[in-house]
Design a protein around this ligand. Sequence first.
Ligand code: M6R
Length: 614
Amino acid sequence: MCGIIGYVGNKSAVQILLDGLIRLEYRGYDSAGIATLADSQFHVLRRVGRVESLINAAGEADMAGHVGIGHTRWATHGVVSEKNAHPHQSFHGLFSITHNGVVENYESIKEFLLARGFTFESETDSEILANLIEYHFNKETDSENRFLKSVQKALFHVRGTYGLAILCRDCADEMVVARKSSPLLIGVGEGEMFVASDVSAIARYTHDIVYLNDGEIARLTPADFSITTLRNESVDVVKCELDWQIEDADRSGYEHYMLKEIFEQPRALENAMRGRFSDDLSTARFGGLRMTIRELRQVDRILFCACGTAWIACLVAEYLIEKYARIPVEVEYASEFRYKNSPLDKNTLVFVISQSGETLDTMAALQEAKRKGFRTLAITNVVGSTIARESDGGIYQHSGPEIGVASTKAFTAQICVAAMLALYLGRIRDMSFEEGVLFVQALHDLPNVVERVLAQKDSIEKIAEKYAHHNDMLFLGRQEMFPIALEGALKLKEISYMHSEGYPAAEMKHGPIALVSEKCPCFFLAPQRSILQKNIANIQEVRSRRAKVIAVATVGSELGEKFVDDLIPIPEVHPALQPIVATIPVQLFAYYVAKFRGCDIDKPRNLAKSVTVE
Ligand code: M6R
């Protein structure tokens, strides 16, 4: 979704801004722009489409200045056009702003400003902010803090969400930034300061990061920064050290980030497990839950909330925790939970899962649960993200940066953490030592098993080629393979635009079977031995309706080539870990189908990496 980069320092800003925008591309956007400030003049450049066209245009433009802001826009208010792209200038040209988020009361503010002679160039809610700030600036009497104060005053009238980076024509070498429910961080350099909505935009310049909290506003100069609240109260500044290198966010020779991240899974799984086993290797342990064993034993129910692929990871967690820890689990879409006012038992523990840690609905679900007095824990990948900071405790996935819009390594790491959680909660209840040891052993072997499935990439590519021309596909699986069927369908539709649905295999007979024909192949996730015959029966049902069948099955299982058109064998593993291993083929399948269809795999249409609007 929208991205922000800003710079104040002693270097030419334009290259830093463009480089930052390239790094933000993966978040999804439809237009981009930059503004620099030099000799009390703004130089503004905006383009529809890729950052590349902005870079080409910048080569021919005069973009002098050691101060600047840049933006990638994902349209909410107003069509995709150059005029609606950021940065926006205020009516008299005093301010230039970039804004992430939505100003909910923009119409009333606009009327207020129109009545006072302001006019507007764009259809966006963001432009009104530039004008509202200018309005307050013209009235501000505190000449020393005029810029900061006018932003503070303007923001008092704003309802909605914002991450803002603002320049003032009359205040060279200064930038004001502010945040409310839209991520923003400051990068501290030597004689230079950066601001960004995502750390990847500035990671090559500094590893000293300060995350802004909601309601905070900061003033940046090349030498320093200060943070206050909108009411000018002082704020304790917490600096963090970035724990990954910029090389981690490069493609390293892979054609797409998605492919690279699929292949990083053995390492990501190792990272998710590192240091998290007990000395007797019979259970897991977590440093950040901030709950005693006694408190955990008192949990009667767990509620998981998330969006998209992270929501699917919650469904896997439900199967695993119910099976191995015997605790009832419910799963809710975060966007539904936040407005639903569900009755929850007193001893309910609320977990949210979010790769980015910034998904707005997930954040809101977390806040709603907290408001009602429930203990909230989070499984997140991004250290220092809003969700990580706002939850009462949690578990970091340590997957490294995930750049491809389609979540891959973050998903399997989330399931891995969920499996370890099931083990941990099981062992403090009634799972035996022996079961625990076998579970830990299986987790230990998991990266190797995943490596073996990845080695089948060429044969999966061939299968994908056979099916890439279809318009529809069903993904079917039972029990903990049902979520993997959902994930297979989600991956395929989001990157290849092939219509696909995931269903519990038996549920298929209650409606979707009407779609089944030679034109609608079925992808079965069927590695479980205990319910093999049930899956085979479902396979026969679709085959007798002329559907082609692809199946993921355990090596040596009865589900051989005589039942299916294309077989993807996976190694036998502990049943708790089958969802992870079975995910690899559906990821590779979706990737290659998208490639054969000529799709823009890392930047699928209309999608954003981190969804920071409702
Ligand atoms: O950052 P999050 O895990 O909170 O993101 C949630 C979803 O937006 C995300 O999983 C989305 O569904 C992915 N594009 C799926 O590949």
